[in-house]
Design a protein around this ligand. Structure first.
Ligand code: PHE
Length: 463
């Protein structure tokens, strides 16, 4: 494979790519966010709809992104430039992706920092013997502390930069080869423990028994929106990772495997969290505090809880790290490819700028902060952190996904598209189905999402 002459870098193996791409996909979105939105939307039916969104919209777009990356051997901006016959405006989609990666990493790193702080708290036994009120107020204390937020945010960014500086195969791939298996082992240990919890049966029913009365149109659309975030779609992460693939890797089966792993981890996270929540009679709809409050509260009352809590937060940190790496990689690779900057310079410079841009997010919950709710003199209702999370997850990623689907489905030359889909693939004969999905089903789904968010479906009385 790579003879060292390619300055861009290349995966050492197909497994390396799959682990790195799964590392990107599996993150805070799976372990922190998916359980609490599932809790909020009543489980069951929401989970089924989410699975449908992953299969019908997420997977086809993921295959499309990886194909564009592999065909052009370039990060997003260069990729849209290189495809023969593509109009120059498509480059804007590449730039939008880079901007999205930049924004997401700036606040993602703050939550990742909480997972590091919670690992430390668990190890040091801060939760053992603490009352539920004390633990709940610990979370409030963490999010409102300038020092804790900034310190861990910087620490997380430094580690992320260190790995991206190492390069595609030596840095990212090697990290994924350690982080992903470790994550699986940690999850299995926690899952086996959950199996013996009193609340397991109740959790299982909650998760898999459809209860239509609890699901709203908003829930359906949240499932769709989340499928972009969780699969790292719509901002060029999968495209960039695909660009380091050798020409004869089976893109279809690799993408399918990544989606299956991502979905598996999200479901497993629920099967770990909900049994604990139900056993201790807590509410599954606790919101963003589900992981940081309910879990330490429940585990503090259990024998071996200190060890389990430590394992859990290490797991969360590992998942966040492998995703953070992919976010920085998109931004750094663009600098490397477009401006011929050295990898180390690109990663360090961009890492520094993103760290700075993340400071307002880190301070968003600090009392009296100018980045709190109503920042910019009341122009924004939410705080800085939530405003950018909203912009990235609800606008930029679905829009990026829509544009990628249109590009791959309609603008990419048929010959290149068919060739890239089919080469080395056992699924070559499925090409017409896939094309149908990227051309019609995925764009239609995303357009409905936007119409709904803009309140237009309500206006015309459809929901
Ligand atoms: N997929 C990651 C998660 O679930 C987040 C992410 C989004 C990573 C977009 C890269 C690009 O947490």
């Amino acid at each position: 494979m790579s003879n060292g002459s390619t300055s861009r870098g290349e995966w050492g193996s197909k497994l390396g790519f799959i682990l790195a791409a799964a590392g990107s996909a599996v993150g805070l979105g799976n372990i922190w966010k998916f359980p609490y939105i599932t809790g909020h939307h009543g489980g069951g039916l929401f989970v089924i709809i989410y699975l449908i969104c992953i299969a019908l919209v997420g997977l086809p777009i993921m295959i499309g992104e990886v194909i564009v990356g592999r065909a052009t051997q370039s990060s997003p901006v260069g990729a849209f430039k290189t495809i023969p016959g593509a109009a120059p405006v498509w480059q804007l989609v590449g730039w939008m992706g880079v901007l999205t990666g930049f924004i997401i990493l700036s606040y993602y790193s703050v939550v990742a920092g909480w997972s590091m702080h919670y690992t430390w708290l668990s190890i040091s036994g801060a939760f053992s013997g603490a009352s539920p009120d004390q633990i709940a107020s610990t979370f409030g204390g963490v999010v409102s502390s300038t020092g804790i937020n900034l310190g861990w945010h910087v620490a997380f960014m430094v580690i992320t930069v260190g790995i991206v500086v190492g390069g595609v195969s030596k840095g990212i791939e090697n990290a994924a080869k350690i982080l992903m298996p470790a994550l699986m082992v940690l999850m299995l240990i926690l899952f086996v423990d959950a199996l013996f919890q009193k609340g397991f049966g109740q959790a299982f029913t909650f998760l898999f028994k459809p209860s239509p009365e609890k699901l709203s149109a908003a829930g359906v659309l949240e499932a769709l929106g989340h499928s972009f975030f969780t699969l790292s779609l719509g901002m060029g992460a999968m495209l960039t990772y695909g660009s380091y693939l050798s020409k004869n890797t089976d893109v279809v089966s690799s993408s399918a495997l990544v989606s299956i792993m991502d979905t598996g981890v999200a479901l497993l996270a629920c099967l770990i969290l909900f049994p604990i929540i139900f056993t201790f009679g807590m509410a599954p709809e606790a919101g963003p505090g589900l992981v940081f409050k309910s879990i330490p509260i429940a585990l503090s009352q259990m024998t071996g809880g200190r060890l389990l809590a430590t394992l859990f937060f290490v797991l969360l940190f590992f998942a966040a790290l492998s995703s953070g790496i992919s976010l920085l990689e998109v931004v750094a690779a663009t600098l490397i490819d477009q401006m011929k900057v050295k990898r180390s310079t690109a990663a360090i410079a961009m890492g520094a700028v993103i760290t700075l841009f993340g400071v307002p997010s880190a301070l968003s919950n600090v009392p009296g902060s100018i980045f709190g709710a109503g920042w910019m003199g009341g122009l924004f209702e939410k705080n800085f952190f939530d405003s950018f999370d909203w912009l990235a997850s609800n606008v930029l990623l679905p829009l990026g996904g829509l544009l990628v689907a249109i590009f791959v489905g309609w603008a990419m030359p048929e010959q290149v598209r068919r060739e890239e889909f089919s080469r080395g693939s056992r699924f070559a004969s499925q090409y017409p189905f896939w094309l149908l999905f990227v051309r019609f089903v995925a764009p239609a789904g995303i357009i409905v999402l936007f119409l709904y968010s803009a309140g237009i479906l309500k206006m015309i009385g459809l929901v």
